[in-house]
Write a protein that binds this ligand. Structure first.
Ligand SMILES: *Cc1c(COP(=O)(O)O)cnc(C)c1O
Length: 463
């Protein structure tokens, strides 16, 4: 080893000495000697590596306590960092979908800090299983005979197929063989559940006679899938659930619908796009209906199956149910969320998802104008700020063509460069509470529909 290298290595401070440095000591007191010594050892190794390849000390070696602090800050940052969702998508899967209502949050805290009657029978009435209370609520709200709760809607579909049609044929229209984000594809789920997919009809048109012709002694289920994330327009035909249910009961074959999102209330009363309702399918005679807890329902991640008692009993008894069941935290949040639906007149105020979806455009416009006044001075000479109308999306598999009128604060770089815009977006993604917007048409758009704390955003962007 050359003496030159040795001279550089010798400039690296000893760990013992660093641990006693007054600027490091508070962190030792806070995080403990084990963690801090380990971090300092890692930093030393990095510095040695740098010297070996670059023949000089890394810049950060000028201030070890500061470099340590930066690493600590980064390490201690949660993997679930709160962000400002100004993407324009209300139920953003990558940002965690629905925000919980306060009663659901309170119920979660209670269930986490106390022992609870998850499967414990206080009155000797024989509760049966952990889904009982939530299932009773779901029956009241949907008119179904019984219900089953699992980890998410993908799990609901898997369990339903495995329990209702094991080793049997499941008939699905070619127009409904959908792929939902995150590798959920109907043909794959079918295979995993041990069912044989029988495709009927064509991409654009499927008739009742197509289902009828496909039925034989091996048929175990007639299934419909809500084509939530795309639509086929033009010369189209699909079989209505009520017709399929009649065929199913005529031939004694169960029918099911995977709704994806679904909504327990009529969305059109709020001027929102119509979304199929589980209770209408149950009333139409469909035997099993599956939907998500954290899409339009506005609750925790969960998969909900409602339907006929005998079929739900098969789901509850299937070994997969044990693997896919939810914990007390989910059940507590779901129960409290469903109770809000018993007071529908308060729902638009209490349920964050519905509150955000029903915000009038003037509210976002007023917010955009206030923010424009406060923020424009900060960006003089760099960006032109404007308040502009835009369109939000519901997200999570609601039709991408259904848009909600909203308002955005837009940032156009005065140098007209896309790279300037990218740099701004990147800076915002690195803030303590990152700001997530959307780049479009040479501007950075902050859709204000999901912004309920204006002051916090101003603080974040000014700092
Ligand atoms: C979203 C969706 C799923 C998956 O639901 P998760 O709750 O994300 O597991 C399945 N089917 C349809 C039709 C969907 O829209």
């Amino acid at each position: 080893m050359s003496t030159e290298f040795q001279q550089l290595y010798s400039q690296l401070p000893a760990i013992d000495r660093l641990l006693r440095d007054p600027a490091v000591e508070p962190n030792v007191a806070k995080h403990g000697q084990t963690l801090i010594s380990e971090l300092l050892r890692q930093m030393q190794a990095q510095a040695r590596e740098f010297i070996k390849t670059q023949q000089q000390l890394p810049q950060w070696c000028q201030d070890w306590p500061k470099a340590l602090q930066e690493r600590l800050d980064q390490q201690q940052r949660s993997a679930l960092q709160p962000v400002f969702n100004l993407s324009g998508t209300v139920l953003h899967t990558n940002l965690g979908r629905a925000l919980l209502a306060q009663p659901a949050i309170d119920a979660v805290v209670r269930s986490m800090t106390n022992a609870v009657t998850l499967e414990y029978d206080l009155d000797g009435a024989g509760r049966g299983h952990r889904d009982r209370a939530v299932a009773d609520l779901l029956c009241q709200l949907t008119g179904a005979e019984d219900a089953c709760i699992v980890n998410n809607n993908a799990a609901a579909v898997l369990l339903m197929l495995a329990a209702v049609a094991p080793g049997q044929q499941v008939v699905v229209s070619r127009g409904e063989l959908v792929e939902i984000g995150g590798a959920f594809r109907i043909p794959d789920v079918m295979r995993q559940a041990g069912c044989q997919l029988v495709e009927v009809g064509t991409t654009n048109r499927t008739h009742l006679k197509d289902y009828r012709a496909a039925i034989n002694e091996q048929t175990g289920l007639l299934m419909k899938v809500h084509t939530s994330n795309y639509c086929i327009q033009g010369f189209t035909a699909a079989v209505d659930e009520s017709e399929l249910a009649v065929l199913g009961s005529e031939l004694n074959i169960p029918t099911a619908t995977d709704l994806g999102s679904g909504s327990l209330i009529d969305m059109t009363q709020y001027g929102l796009p119509a979304e199929p309702m589980p209770q209408r399918l149950i009333a139409a005679g469909v035997d099993l209906v599956t939907f998500s807890g954290d899409k339009l329902l506005g609750g925790p991640q969960a998969g909900i199956i409602v339907g006929k008692k005998a079929l739900i009993a098969r789901l509850q008894q299937h070994p997969l149910k044990r693997a896919l069941r939810v914990g007390k935290i989910t059940l507590a949040a779901l129960e409290a969320t469903l109770r809000l639906y018993q007071q529908p007149e308060l729902l638009a105020e209490q349920l964050p998802t519905l509150r955000l979806l029903t915000r009038p455009q003037q509210e976002m416009q007023a917010s955009a104008e206030r923010l424009l006044n406060q923020l424009a001075p900060q960006f003089v000479g760099l960006f032109e700020l404007r308040s502009e109308p835009c369109w939000s999306q519901i997200g999570s598999g609601s039709l991408p063509v259904d848009r909600l009128p909203s308002y955005a604060l837009t940032f156009a770089p005065l140098d007209g460069r896309g790279s300037t815009l990218e740099t701004l977006a990147q800076q915002w993604r690195r803030l303590p509470q990152p700001v997530i917007g959307r780049i479009n048409d040479g501007k950075l758009w902050l859709d204000l529909r999901c912004l309920e704390q204006e002051g916090a955003l101003v603080e974040a962007l000014i700092a």
